[in-house]
Design a protein around this ligand. Structure first.
Ligand code: NAD
Ligand code: TYD
Length: 369
C-alpha cells in the first residue's frame, strides 16, 4: 500500500481519455485534494481528449493534469512516466468484444505486451526504491473485467477465487493481463492490485456498446440490432461507481489481491432496451433480432462481498443512471456524431450490414415474453 495515508499523490492514468478512465480522471481531480494526474493515451478510435474537457475548463483542475499521447507498449515513453508516478492505474485496452472477434491483434498488443511494458517499468522503479533512489515503490492497479470469468450459470455469482474461463478474444487478452500482474506480484514482489468491473454505462461511452449504440440509433430512428433472443443477462454499473471502485481499491486494496466491482441491476438485454426506448419515446418496432455474436456469453454476475468488506459498494440505481445517460446523449449530439467518424461506417457495415439484412422483428419485450 502507498505509504501516504491520503493515498498516492502522483498518478499515471493510462487509457485516461477513454470512457471509464476519463470519468476516473474527472472525478479524482474534482476532489481538489492535490492529486496530480498524467494521462497516457494512444487516442485510438475509442479515446477522445474531449472527454477531459471538463477538467481543462477549470483552471485549478487543469493545472493538475498533463496529457501525453502514446502507447503503453512503448517502453521509451512509459519508463520515465512511471519513474515520476506514485501509482499507475491502467485502463488502457481495446475494449469491444465484437471488434475482438473481427480484429483480435490490437487486443493482444495492448492487453498483453502493453501490460508487460507497464509492469517492467514498475519493477525497475521498485528496484530503485529498494536501492534508496526513490522513496517508495509504485503501486500498480490493473482495471479488468467480469468477462474473465466467462459465462456464469443461473443462480451463481462469481467470486474472486473462481477459476477464470475467458471465452472471447477480448476477455482472453484481459485474463492474460491479469495473469501477468499476478506473476509480477509473486516473482518480483510488485505492489499490484486488480479490479474486475461489471458492464459499465454512462456519459462519454463510445457509441459501439449496447446502451450508447441503441440510444444514438434510436434518436436517428435507425434499426437496433439485438443479438439472438436478447435474453442474455448483464449486471449494470454506472460509470462513476466503477471509477470510485477503482479509486477505492487503489487506496485501500491489499497488495496482490483482486476485487470484484459488481453492478446494481442484473437484467436481460431486452429489458434494458425497453427502458431506453421508453425514455426516448421511440417504438419497440425499431428493434431487430439479428444473428447472434459467436461465443456470446449468456450471463455475467459477480459477488461483491470482498469489496463491500473493504468499504465500497455501488450507489447509483439503474433507473437513475439510465435517465442521466439518455439525457446526456440527447444533449451531446456533437460528441457522439464525432465518435461516429473515422472508421465507424466501415466497422458498422462489417458488424451489422449482413446481420441487419438477415434480421427479423424482435417480437415482444422481455417483460411481455
Ligand atoms: P474505452 O475503449 O472507452 O477506453 C480505452 C482507452 O484506452 C481509450 O482512450 C484508448 O485510446 C486507450 N488505449 C487503447 N490502447 C492503448 C494503448 N496501447 N496505449 C495507450 N492507450 C490506449 O474503454 P473503457 O470502456 O473505458 O474501458 C476501460 C477499461 O475498463 C478497459 O481496460 C476495460 O477492459 C475495462 N472494463 C470496461 C468495462 C465496460 O463495460 N466498459 C467493464 C469492465 C472493465
Ligand atoms: P456490449 O455493450 O458489447 O458489452 P459486453 O459484450 O462486453 O457485455 O454488449 C452488452 C450486451 O448487449 C451483450 O449481451 C451483447 C448485446 N448487444 C446486442 O444485442 N447488440 C449489439 O449491437 C451490441 C453492441 C450488444
Amino acid at each position: 500500500m502507498s505509504p501516504d495515508p491520503a493515498g498516492p499523490r502522483r498518478l499515471l492514468v493510462t487509457g485516461g481519455a477513454g470512457f471509464i478512465g476519463s470519468c476516473f480522471v474527472r472525478d479524482v481531480l474534482a476532489r481538489r485534494d492535490g492529486t496530480e494526474i498524467t494521462v497516457l493515451d494512444k487516442l485510438t478510435y475509442a479515446g477522445n481528449e474531449a472527454n477531459l474537457a471538463p477538467v481543462r475548463e477549470d483552471p485549478d483542475q487543469a493545472a493538475q493534469l498533463r496529457f501525453v499521447r502514446g502507447d503503453i507498449a512503448d517502453a521509451a515513453i512509459v519508463g520515465p512516466l512511471v519513474g515520476e508516478a506514485d501509482a499507475v492505474v491502467n485502463f488502457a485496452a481495446e475494449s469491444h468484444v465484437d471488434r475482438s472477434i473481427l480484429d483480435p491483434e490490437a487486443f493482444l498488443r495492448t492487453g498483453v505486451l502493453g501490460v508487460h511494458v507497464l509492469l517492467e517499468a514498475c519493477r525497475r522503479e521498485a528496484e530503485r526504491a529498494a536501492a534508496g533512489d526513490r522513496s517508495a515503490p509504485p503501486r500498480y492497479l490493473q482495471v479488468s473485467t467480469d468477462e474473465v470469468y466467462g459465462t456464469v450459470a443461473e443462480g451463481r455469482r462469481s467470486v474472486e477465487d473462481d477459476p477464470i474461463g475467458p471465452r472471447s478474444p477480448y476477455a482472453a487478452a484481459k485474463a492474460a493481463g491479469e495473469l501477468l500482474v499476478g506473476a509480477y506480484v509473486v516473482t518480483h514482489g510488485l505492489d499490484a492490485v486488480v479490479t474486475r468491473g461489471a458492464n459499465t454505462y454512462g456519459p462519454y461511452q463510445h457509441p459501439e456498446k449496447l446502451i450508447p449504440l441503441f440510444i444514438t440509433n434510436a434518436i436517428e430512428d435507425r434499426d437496433l440490432p439485438l443479438y439472438g433472443d436478447g435474453l442474455q443477462v448483464r449486471d449494470w454499473l454506472y460509470v462513476s461507481d466503477h471509477a470510485a471502485a477503482v479509486d477505492h481499491v487503489l487506496r485501500h486494496g491489499a497488495a496482490g489481491e483482486t476485487y470484484n466491482a459488481p453492478g446494481v441491476a442484473e437484467l436481460p438485454n431486452r429489458t434494458v432496451v425497453a427502458g431506453l426506448l421508453e425514455r426516448l419515446g421511440k417504438p419497440w418496432s425499431l428493434v431487430r433480432s439479428v444473428p447472434d455474436r459467436p461465443g456470446h456469453d449468456r450471463r455475467y454476475a459477480m459477488d461483491g462481498t470482498k469489496l463491500a468488506d473493504l468499504g465500497w459498494s455501488p450507489t447509483v440505481p439503474f433507473e437513475a443512471g439510465l435517465d442521466r445517460t439518455v439525457a446526456w446523449y440527447r444533449a451531446n449530439e456533437a460528441w457522439w456524431r464525432a465518435a461516429r467518424s473515422g472508421d465507424w461506417h466501415d466497422y458498422y457495415e462489417r458488424q451489422y450490414g449482413d446481420r441487419l439484412a438477415r434480421s427479423e422483428a424482435a417480437g415482444p419485450t422481455a417483460a411481455e415474453r
